[in-house]
Ligand binder design. Structure first.
Ligand code: AMP
Ligand code: ZN
Length: 465
């Protein structure tokens, strides 16, 4: 498979350093608020990357950090008047629940920054020893960007070997303000009781050192892929490179892959612009996690994607067309094992694989999927589809769905009223009250539910329309 590497600015053939194992680091959420669907565009893209790597036969070891201490989380906990941990916990929990809603496969490890402060301190000590960092008179430690000649190589900025001289204590700043950045921030009143002991006195880590320390701890000094949204390129990832390569003297990351932003009316969706929707807000309007995921993956990850409710509205009939085709295939296939797939399905499979291998071209992969939907409907309409072929096409949809995870209608949970009726029916059957059991079955049918008696008991299924 090929991926666009931000470092070389080229689409490159991907090959991991260690056989089939791929080390993947994905910058995680700052848990000071609910993540918005712009953030989730990036997490869903990373999920598709992870899933396609697995589809391609690799063993993925993914690390996603949880930034639970930084300028923003500290400010939030102060404003709320509660301890940092109490403040970040509900947002961390909400994040994991949102990942589930969007069908995102869990990473292997979710390290929290607050559990890795010792690693950060060790790395800062190494950077001081190697003269990449210095302690300022107020007990902060800064990275000397002038000490790292390659600084700017990821963002493709030429700083002409200039020493910056100036310093920036905030975690976030822009390219125009090149400066020595903070690795360790001495405690001040704003920090309240958030502080750790260090060789430089009490204080806390800067945001950038967190990812360097946690990625190296869990993936080693050099690993295969590091991702994030394009806003992470500078300064966050540039600083990660300066810190990690400065400390180890070795290449930090082999492939840098960044996804473009989700926009609203031509502007990046961002909390600071106030133009954002959380996933919760979108679900409250009646959209499903599957519909949101579909919209988020439907544009190529390296192109800006404009968020509109019209796009979400359009997802519903599109997915319904797919579900309907799959229901027809399933009905035809019955219990048949997959036979030979028809030629058009094999061609669709080849097109799907080629699109995904080509820098994760999901729009083209989806076009291949819907091409197969079209052909399958035609073949069924004309009576040309046998059970074995239908089963083979169904198996292909399932295979592709290990990557896209939007191709199968989610199981619908029966409502409480339906469950209640099913229980009454089971009781009636146990008491051999067959008329009553039949009456309850008819009632369930009227509510849109079918009941089937199997060896493991009665099973409820929504009736096909
Ligand atoms: P943060 O919690 O601000 O550190 O952001 C978490 C992730 O979301 C990072 O990888 C960002 O690059 C990404 N991100 C932030 N805003 C957007 C957006 N509008 N579209 C896509 N990704 C975004
Ligand atoms: Zn990071």
């Amino acid at each position: 498979m090929r991926l666009f590497n931000t470092m070389t600015r080229r689409v490159e053939e991907f090959a991991p350093a260690g056989g089939r194992r791929v080390g993947l680091y994905t910058c995680g959420p700052t848990v000071y608020n609910y993540a918005h669907i712009g953030n989730f565009r990036t997490y869903v893209f990373e999920d598709v990357l992870r899933r396609h790597l697995r589809y391609s036969g690799y063993d993925v070891f993914q690390v996603m950090n949880i930034t639970d201490v930084d300028d923003k989380t500290i400010r939030g906990s102060r404003n709320a008047g509660i301890p940092l941990k109490d403040y970040t916990k509900p947002f961390t929990d909400a994040f994991f629940s949102d990942l589930k809603t969007l069908g995102i496969e869990p990473a292997e490890v979710y390290p929290a920054a607050t559990d890795h402060v010792e690693d950060m301190i060790s790395m800062i000590l190494k950077l001081i020893e190697k003269k990449h960092a210095y302690v300022s008179s107020d007990g902060c430690v800064y990275y000397d960007v002038g000490s790292f000649p390659a600084y700017g190589k990821l963002a493709h900025l030429d700083f002409n070997g200039l020493r910056s001289g100036s310093r920036v204590a905030h975690d976030e700043y822009d390219k125009e303000n090149l400066a020595d950045f903070a690795l360790w921030k001495a405690w001040d009143e704003e920090d309240g009781d958030v502080a750790w002991d260090s060789p430089w006195g009490r204080g806390r880590p800067g945001w950038h050192i967190e990812c360097s320390a946690m990625s190296i701890r869990h993936l080693g000094e050099t690993f295969d892929i590091h991702t994030g949204g394009v806003d992470n390129i500078f300064p966050h990832h540039e600083n990660e490179i300066a810190q990690s390569e400065g400390a180890t003297g070795r290449q930090f990351v082999r492939y840098w892959v960044h996804s473009e932003h989700l926009q609203v009316e031509g502007r990046k969706m961002a909390k600071s612009f106030g133009n954002f929707y959380t996933l919760r807000e979108v679900l409250e309007k009646g959209y499903s996690g599957r519909e949101v995921r579909y919209v988020l993956i439907s544009g190529h990850y390296r192109q800006k994607l404009n968020f509109t409710f019209a796009a979400l509205d359009a997802a519903r009939p599109t997915l319904a067309r797919l579900d309907e085709c799959r229901a027809r295939l399933a009905a035809l296939a019955g219990a048949s094992k997959p036979g030979d797939a028809p030629g058009w399905a094999r061609a669709g499979d080849a097109a799907f694989g080629a699109a995904m291998d080509d820098d994760l071209n999901v729009p083209e992969a989806l076009a291949a999927v819907f091409g197969v939907v079209h052909e399958a409907n035609r073949a069924i309409d004309s009576g040309a589809m046998g059970a074995g072929a239908a089963s083979a096409v169904e198996a292909l949809f399932d295979k592709w769905d290990t990557v896209l995870n939007v191709l199968r209608a989610p199981e619908v949970e029966p409502p409480a009223e339906v469950l209640e009726l099913a229980e009454q029916r089971a009781a009636a059957r146990a008491a051999k009250m067959w008329d009553e059991a039949d009456r309850l079955r008819a009632k369930l049918t009227g509510l849109g539910w079918e009941i089937r008696d199997t060896a493991e008991g009665a099973k409820l299924k929504p009736r096909q329309q």
